[in-house]
Design a protein around this ligand. Structure first.
Ligand code: F6P
Length: 299
């Protein structure tokens, strides 16, 4: 593979604002190395992001290709998850070299063990849950804390273990038994536990109604906290900065080498790239051993 230093002298880099929407609207800016100075410690995105229904259509994709030609764009690096990769695939079919980078707090991209954003999200959530636990203990309450993850329970699993939760509810292991949770709360209270933390994944949801039912059944004050979008912001952790930097450089290297329709991942202890089609067909679920440990620790 051509070296990063030699290739970077010849490449011209542009930034597309607001994702595929910005591509269709020709919101394209020139970038150089100074464009990204002083941003490594910042959350969010300087380019912006948007959902774009038009790009899902054949006409939208044709128009996107025309825009690429107009602006002299022959390769695009797309940061996101499965939906973004499907768009990248479409562009690749029309002759635009595309490389996907795994960017999601949900950790739900099957070809990679790591997705950019996950570590920052779990650390943000972990710190918030510690704070909720303080008030939960002070008031001797039960707290249901809902974390993000769409249909995946990785944030809930990691925080459930890291925060020492008494119950961890994951959509992948959906055997939700409210009576078992109620019995657990009552038994813990009898043994002197002042708090009871339930980490509930977004994929299960309904935390507020769950809190009402648990309070009615146990007689213990129960509150629901939905952490929400705070999990998607804030200064990235060292791990996120490191993985994003290496994966970004890797994407630039393989696009310079003429590869297309690939997605970058970290798997089996190394950075590697996969065919997007194959990556989209892979499946991933919560590892059984880690799930068992989470259940054993929460009892
Ligand atoms: O994929 C990241 C994520 O934050 C999920 O955890 C969540 O379900 C979803 O995005 C929320 O999307 P929106 O910003 O459209 O509400």
């Amino acid at each position: 593979m051509e070296s990063w230093r030699r290739r970077s002298k010849r490449s011209t880099v542009k930034g597309i604002l607001r994702g595929y929407m910005g591509l269709l609207n020709e919101e394209i800016i020139d970038m150089d190395k100074h464009s990204v100075s002083d941003i490594i410690q910042r959350g969010g995105t300087i380019l912006g992001t948007a959902r774009c229904a038009e790009f899902k259509t054949e006409e939208g994709q044709q128009r996107a290709v025309e825009v690429c030609h107009k602006f002299g764009i022959d390769g695009i690096v797309v940061i996101g998850g499965d939906g973004s990769y499907r768009g990248a695939q479409a562009l690749s079919r029309h002759g635009i070299n595309t490389i996907g980078l795994p960017g999601t707090i949900d950790l739900d991209i099957a070809c990679t063990d790591y997705t950019i954003g996950f570590d920052t999200a779990i650390n943000t959530a972990m710190q918030a849950i510690d704070k909720v636990r303080d008030t939960s203990s002070s008031h001797e309450r039960c707290s249901i804390i809902e974390v993000m993850g769409r249909n995946a329970g990785y944030i809930a699993l990691w925080c459930g273990i890291a925060n020492g939760a008494e119950d961890i509810l994951l959509p992948e292991k959906y055997d939700y038994n409210e009576q078992r949770i109620i019995d657990n709360i009552i038994s813990n209270r009898k043994h002197g536990k002042k708090h009871h933390i339930i980490i509930n994944a977004e994929g299960i949801g309904h935390s507020t109604s769950m809190a009402r039912r648990i309070e009615a059944a146990t007689g213990i004050e129960t509150r629901a906290t939905i952490l929400g979008y705070m999990q998607r912001g804030g200064s990235p952790t060292c791990k996120d900065r490191y993985y994003a930097s290496i994966m970004g450089a890797y994407a630039a290297d393989i696009i310079a080498a003429g590869k297309t329709n690939r997605v970058v991942g970290y798997r089996d202890g190394r950075f590697q790239d996969f065919d997007i089609e194959e990556a989209l067909q892979m499946t991933k679920t919560i590892p059984e051993y880690q799930y068992e440990i989470s259940q054993a620790l929460s009892r």
